[in-house]
Design a binder for this molecule. Structure first.
Ligand SMILES: [Zn+2]
Length: 438
C-alpha cells in the first residue's frame, strides 16, 4: 500500500473510534497484525486493478454486519485466537463515503448545474441517506473493543456543535429605479395593492425590502445561541462575484452597501465565502472572489460553501485549499436532505484521485430550506411533514454526537415568501433547544 493510503487508513480508524489522542487505534488493524484485537480483512477495493475503475463499486444488495449495511466485503465476523476477525470492509466503506469517491468516478451523472444529486448516490439508492452509516461503523467498533475488555466509552448523546448558516445570494430585490419601475408596472397591471413597494424598497432597502430579513434572523439566531449550552455559530456566506449573470447576482460590485451589510452581520456571526456559479465553472475566479470578500469584511476568509451546492470535487476542493479555505459547508445534496458524507461529524477530506488526506474539513449539512419544498427536489407541501423529517435527522445527529448544520436563505424567511420556511425555521430552532434539554 502506498504511504498516502496508509495515512488515510490511520485517519479513518481514529475517526471511527473518535480517538483524538491515539489511545485505541493500536487495537484495530486493517489486514492481519499480531498485536491487534480486531482485524478487518481488506476487500479488493484498494487494489490497483480495481481502484478508480467500474469494478470498485459496491454490489447490490449491500451486505450487512450486525444489521448495519456495509459497502464492501462480506457480512461475516468470527472470533479466532482471541481476536475478532471482521470480513466486512468497513474501512473501504468509510473511505468511499467520506471522500465522496463515487462523485469523482460518476462524472457524467451530473445535473445541468454540474451537481451530483442524491438520486445518483449509493446511499439514496439503498435507502441509507438518512442514516449515519459511518458513525454506526464506529459505534460497532467501540462496542466490540469493550467486549474485548478495552475501556472505551460509547459516544455522548448530544449535539457537538450547532451551525446556523445563511447563504446571501442577494440582499436587495430592486437595485435600480428601472427595475423598481418595471416591477411596479407589473403590479399595477395585475391589480396588486402594494405597487409602491418596489420604490420604497429601492429608496430604503434595509427597512422595506422583503428579502432584507437579516434583523429577524439575527434576533432568532442570537436567542438560540444564548440559550444553548453547546457551541452555536452563525455563518453568513457572502459572494465575491462582481458580475451579474443568470445565476449570480454580482452584488459585491456594490462595495458600499455590501460592506455595510457585512459589518452589520459581523458582530453576531462568522463570514464565509459563497463560491459563485461562474467560479464553479471557471475555478481561476475563486482566488479573486475570496479576496473581494476579504476586502469587504476586513477578515481572512477560511469558510466556504458553493452557490447551488454545485461543488465538483476534487477540483473545487483543491482550489479552495490553495486559497486558504480550511472548512467547507457544501456537503448536503440539493435534491434530498440526509447525510451525503455518511456521517454527521466533521471529517477531513481525502482526495480520492491522489489518495491524499487533506487539510480541508468537510461539515455535513443536515438540511437546506429549498431542498424540502423545491418542486424539483423533495416537493414537501406541508410544514409539519418537513418538520418531522428534520426532527428524524436531528435525532440521528444527537445519537451520534454530531453537528447540526442548517441552511436557510434570507429570502425564504421573508414575510412575503410564499412558503412555510419562516415558521419552520423558528420551529426547528425551538426543537434544537428542546432536544438539548431532553
Ligand atoms: Zn447560493
Amino acid at each position: 500500500m502506498n504511504e498516502n493510503l496508509n495515512l488515510c487508513i490511520d485517519y479513518i480508524i481514529r475517526f471511527l473510534l473518535r480517538d483524538e489522542k491515539g489511545q485505541y487505534n493500536k487495537y484495530i488493524s486493517y489486514g492481519y497484525k499480531e498485536e491487534a484485537l480486531i482485524v478487518i480483512i481488506p476487500s479488493d477495493f484498494f487494489e490497483s486493478s480495481v481502484y478508480l475503475t467500474g469494478k470498485s463499486f459496491p454490489s447490490l444488495p449491500l451486505t450487512e454486519l450486525r444489521g448495519i449495511p456495509v459497502l464492501f466485503g462480506k457480512g461475516k465476523m468470527l472470533e479466532e485466537n482471541g481476536k475478532i476477525i471482521i470480513y466486512a470492509d468497513i474501512i473501504a466503506s468509510t473511505y468511499f463515503l467520506i471522500s465522496r469517491y463515487e462523485e469523482c468516478i460518476k462524472i457524467n451523472d451530473r445535473d445541468i448545474h454540474g451537481r451530483f444529486l442524491a438520486k445518483n448516490s449509493i446511499l439514496y439508492q439503498t435507502n441509507n441517506l438518512n442514516k449515519c452509516l459511518v458513525d454506526e461503523y464506529g459505534e460497532l467498533l467501540r462496542c466490540l473493543l469493550r467486549e474485548k475488555g478495552v475501556n472505551i466509552e460509547s459516544c455522548k448523546k448530544a449535539f457537538s456543535h450547532v451551525y446556523l448558516t445563511h447563504d446571501v445570494d442577494n440582499y436587495r430585490t430592486w437595485n435600480s429605479i428601472y427595475s423598481a419601475t418595471r416591477s411596479a408596472i407589473k403590479m399595477v397591471m395585475t391589480k396588486q395593492k402594494n405597487f409602491m413597494l418596489p420604490y420604497k424598497a429601492f429608496i430604503n432597502y434595509e427597512k422595506n425590502d422583503p428579502i432584507y430579513t437579516f434583523p429577524w434572523l439575527a434576533e432568532i439566531d442570537n436567542d438560540l445561541k444564548d440559550k444553548l449550552s453547546v457551541e452555536c455559530k452563525v455563518i453568513y456566506f457572502i459572494m465575491g462575484a462582481q458580475e451579474r449573470t443568470k445565476f449570480d447576482n454580482g452584488y459585491a460590485f456594490n462595495v458600499r452597501t455590501t460592506r455595510k451589510l457585512i459589518h452589520s452581520l459581523k458582530p453576531i456571526s462568522d463570514i464565509g465565502y459563497h463560491v459563485s456559479y461562474s467560479a464553479k465553472d471557471d475555478l481561476s475566479r475563486c482566488g479573486g472572489e475570496i479576496k473581494v470578500v476579504e476586502e469587504l469584511s476586513g477578515e481572512n476568509i477560511k469558510l466556504s460553501r458553493n452557490h447551488y451546492l454545485a461543488s465538483k470535487e476534487p477540483e473545487d476542493f483543491e482550489i479552495l485549499i490553495e486559497n486558504g479555505i480550511t472548512d467547507d459547508f457544501t456537503m448536503g445534496f440539493a435534491d434530498n436532505v440526509g447525510f451525503r458524507l455518511g456521517t454527521c461529524r466533521p471529517v477531513k477530506w481525502i482526495n480520492p484521485i491522489t489518495m491524499k488526506l487533506t487539510t480541508l474539513t468537510l461539515h455535513p449539512m443536515t438540511a437546506m430550506d429549498a431542498t424540502l419544498d423545491g418542486t424539483h427536489y423533495m416537493n414537501i407541501k406541508e410544514e409539519d411533514e418537513a418538520f418531522l423529517i428534520i426532527r428524524k435527522l436531528l435525532e440521528q445527529v444527537k445519537r451520534h454526537n454530531g453537528e447540526v448544520v442548517l441552511l436557510w436563505h434570507n429570502p425564504s424567511v421573508s414575510l412575503q415568501a410564499n412558503s412555510y420556511h419562516r415558521k419552520l425555521y423558528s420551529r426547528v430552532l425551538g426543537l434544537l433547544l428542546q432536544m438539548e434539554e431532553e
